[in-house]
Design a protein. Structure first.
Length: 265
């Protein structure tokens, strides 16, 4: 029996005495006894005391399972049973958590199936999406990142006149360069009145990387800056203006990773 069927039976008007489908009733009771979502609906229908809600939550113990669901997506059933035995037992009987975990796994699989890099040539890859930086009298931070990036630690954004603070995601983001195991971090520099970015490798690379910043114009791309990154030493990119740019990271094996950068005033 599904959640929808169980809830439909709970909401249906009471059948006349002697006409109740015993098998259906038993199926509903069995489902609700192992489903925290349907049990919560049943509690709400009967308008019980708040203490009953707390007792229901303690009985099912779903909250602790919710906290670790995302960490289990990449594990196979054997690994979950071995390393997270309590969670595996809970998922084995709790219909609500099992359904929720299946939905999370489906969403994660769909997200990973979408390409995060576009192959522009034999050795050239471009991140899907754009890195958008909001700049004012001081750098506000990142308001959009490409799919391949992950946000860095949340920092207090610099307030801008006419810009809602909630629009700022973070002031740093990082991305893995292919399958090299090397991560590059881009951080908005708020100490400069002009647009300022810093690039840093979060793990020491065996060879230096070349960084090139190009302005994207209607008639093509124009090189505006070039740097060399050694190890974990940061490279500071100063004096950029509102517009569209392309940041390129060139490795020693002729591999190029391109990221489109928009700076908005």
């Amino acid at each position: 029996m599904t959640h929808t069927e169980a809830i439909a039976h709970l909401l249906a008007p009471a059948a006349p005495e002697g006409t109740t489908d015993v098998a259906a009733r038993d199926a509903v009771v069995g489902h609700v006894a192992r489903c925290s979502d349907c049990w919560q609906l049943l509690v709400a229908l009967h308008a019980t005391e708040p203490a009953d809600d707390r007792a229901m939550a303690a009985r099912f113990g779903c909250e602790a399972v919710h906290d670790v669901m995302f960490a289990l997506v990449e594990l196979d059933p054997a690994a979950i049973a071995r390393d997270h035995a309590d969670v595996a037992r809970h998922l084995g009987w709790c219909h609500a958590c099992r359904t929720r975990f299946a939905e999370i796994a489906d969403v994660e699989r769909e997200r990973r199936a979408v390409p995060r890099w576009l192959e522009l040539g034999e050795h050239v890859r471009e991140a899907v999406g754009r890195l958008v930086v909001r700049i004012g009298r001081a750098a506000a931070g990142l308001v959009e990142i490409p799919d391949a990036f992950v946000l860095g630690p949340a920092l207090a954004p610099v307030p801008l006149r006419g810009v809602e603070p909630a629009s700022v995601l973070s002031q740093s983001a990082r991305v893995e360069l292919g399958d090299t195991g090397v991560w590059a971090e881009i951080q908005v520099d708020e100490a400069d009145a002009a647009a300022g970015l810093s690039l840093r490798l979060s793990s020491a690379a065996p060879e230096p990387l070349s960084v090139r910043v190009r302005e994207a114009r209607p008639d093509g791309e124009t090189l505006v800056a070039r740097y060399t990154m050694h190890g974990t030493e940061p490279v500071l990119v100063r004096g950029l203006w509102p517009g569209s740019f392309v940041v390129e990271l060139h490795d020693a094996r002729d591999g190029v990773h391109r990221v489109r950068l928009d700076i908005a005033s």
